[in-house]
Design a protein around this ligand. Structure first.
Ligand code: ATP
Length: 513
């Protein structure tokens, strides 16, 4: 059973539902509105003045159980509704990831021309209306962006230029890729493909969607993801759907799930390339057969490259925010594909990071600065990737059946390089010792409690591939780089590993109670 929780800070002004800043979709609206704005890119969006910051108070946390579904009960995906006050680290400036003001404007997935062309139906019109309404509401609640992000005419022009670029094709490693050819499926087509969404074709169920295997009339096998999110209002469901669609439609990499199209009649659907081996979670934890090390290492390298693409090579920085074994799909050749972009965020170049609430993700994979302060940047995914690596190494879940955190268990063993204790006993020592050592080292740096000490995904790829010098040398250069970051993040200097483990335990208790 999967549990979704809402945690609310008591003693802090509680935000009304309509006031909550939710992650969404203004770029969809901007795109839709672009017909109106293109001739006049000078148009400015109305914003209300920045609200007075509330005084920081002790986070007494009340927990409310929201929804139960049939998924993995050991790793509940949590929704922590914690109003984030002020702008952490806003006093600092410079290049460190903790150095600039970080209250974030709304996220902006894109609706491209294909999508605009296809929304002639009345349902789609209501989708757009809902989005416009939502966007207006969101703009009226976003705090002003401060000096680091000025919503100026110049900025808007720059954004529009970027969007246009994205629509013209995708630039990957300097090679311009053709525009992806996804399309709009009507309900009859999806229903026929999945045998009327029959239970026999149900291949996966997450907290937010049911996924069906389908066969299109041309014989192509697909996965049809039907958004459920029963606890959400239609408007919010549509926003979340467009957000996921807007991001996945821009992604084009062998290690990321491939979108074939979408459907909006009779429900909200994403049509994806089918992954014959299902999720890493089912192979690693749900099968009596031991997943061989060669495949595990290939999966680790593939996910690392997929994240490297999202963070550094995609035309916009994308933070996935929900990297976990059930969101890694495997192709026929066991190539890893990162899937489920339901929580993913664009992160504009100018922002060091982003502060979000509610804090959503899956317990066991959440970085401390994220579950404590809502701070999101690339290092959020790096931490989750480290936990995923630990799962591959140990064969243990991020949170086991007795609700123990894998990170808490593994940290002392990683510190003492206890390969024998860490390596999955089911492997029976059948692994390449060099790969295992690199995987362990990489996991240990990725799960560091201080985000500045975690490597970027570019570096992670090198570490796994044994590029860029021996591990000890990497350790030294990482430490030097991170120390300079830490000077800019004075408030984090006192945050020790034992603070972190305590916080992690406290967080675990709150989520698991
Ligand atoms: N393209 C695909 N091919 C094969 N199986 C898939 C595919 N997409 C999803 N699945 C299966 O469906 C499951 C749920 O999919 P997904 O993670 O996208 O749903 P979700 O509701 O967004 O999940 P979450 O609870 O993480 O939000 C996956 O774990 C996987 O087993």
């Amino acid at each position: 059973m999967k549990v979704v929780w809402v945690l609310t800070r008591l003693g802090v002004k509680s935000f009304g539902k309509s006031e909550k800043i939710q992650d969404a979709l203004t770029m969809s609206v901007e795109e839709i509105n672009r017909g109106e704005t293109e001739e006049n890119p000078e148009i400015e969006t109305e914003q209300e003045p920045e609200p007075e910051p509330e005084p920081e108070q002790e986070p007494n946390v009340a927990i409310k159980k929201l929804e139960l579904s049939d998924d993995d009960d050991t790793s509940p995906r949590g929704v922590l509704e914690i109003p984030v006050l002020g702008t952490p680290d806003s006093d600092h400036s410079g290049s460190s990831s903790f150095s600039s003001s970080c209250v974030s404007p709304p996220q902006k997935p894109t609706v491209t021309p294909q999508l605009r062309e296809s929304h002639s139906g009345s349902h789609w019109k209501s989708v757009i209306e809902a989005l416009k309404k939502k966007s207006r509401r969101r703009f009226s609640t976003i705090p002003s962006l401060g000096s680091s992000y000025d919503v100026s005419k110049k900025n808007l022009k720059w954004k529009l230029a970027r969007i246009r670029c994205a629509e013209e094709g995708i630039d990957y490693e300097g090679v311009s890729m053709p525009k992806p050819s996804w399309r709009n499926f009507d309900y009859a087509e999806l229903s026929a493909a999945t045998d009327n969404f029959s239970p026999e074709n149900l291949i996966g169920k997450g907290g937010h969607a049911e996924v069906y295997k389908g066969c299109l009339s041309d014989g192509q096998v697909v996965a049809v993801k039907r958004i459920t999110k029963k606890e959400k209002k239609d408007e919010d469901r549509i926003s979340d759907f467009l957000s996921e669609l807007g991001i996945i439609a821009h992604i084009n990499h062998p290690n990321a799930a491939r979108l074939l199209g979408f459907g909006i009649d009779g429900g909200l659907h994403l049509v994806l390339q089918f992954s014959p081996h299902g999720s890493l979670s089912s192979l690693l934890f749900g099968s009596s057969e031991c997943l061989e090390w060669k495949i595990r290492f290939k999966v680790a390298a593939g996910v690392a490259e997929g994240l490297q693409y999202l963070h550094h090579k995609c035309h916009r920085r994308i933070i996935h925010r929900d990297i976990k074994a059930s969101n890694i799909l495997l192709t026929q050749d066991y190539d890893a594909q990162i899937s489920d972009f339901g929580l993913a965020k664009w992160l504009p170049e100018k922002w060091a990071h982003h502060v979000v609430f509610p804090i959503e993700g899956t317990f066991g994979y959440l970085a401390p600065e994220y579950f404590m302060h809502g701070i999101v940047d690339e290092k959020t995914d790096v931490f989750a990737f480290g936990v995923l690596l630990l799962e591959l190494i140990t064969g243990r879940r991020a949170v086991d059946s007795s609700r123990q955190s894998l990170v808490i268990w593994a940290k002392p063993l990683l510190d003492t390089s206890s390969v024998k204790e860490l390596a999955d006993p089911r492997l029976e020592h059948a692994y390449d010792p060099g790969e295992m050592r690199r995987a362990m080292y990489t996991a240990s740096v990725c799960i560091h409690h201080l985000p500045g000490m975690r490597p970027q995904m570019n570096r992670v790829v090198q570490l796994l591939k044994a590029e860029g010098g021996p591990l000890e040398q990497n350790q030294k250069s990482l430490s030097t780089a991170s120390r300079s970051l830490l000077f800019n993040a004075c408030d984090l200097e006192d945050y020790t590993c034992s603070n972190y483990l305590n916080d992690l335990n406290r967080h675990r208790q709150l989520v698991m109670e």
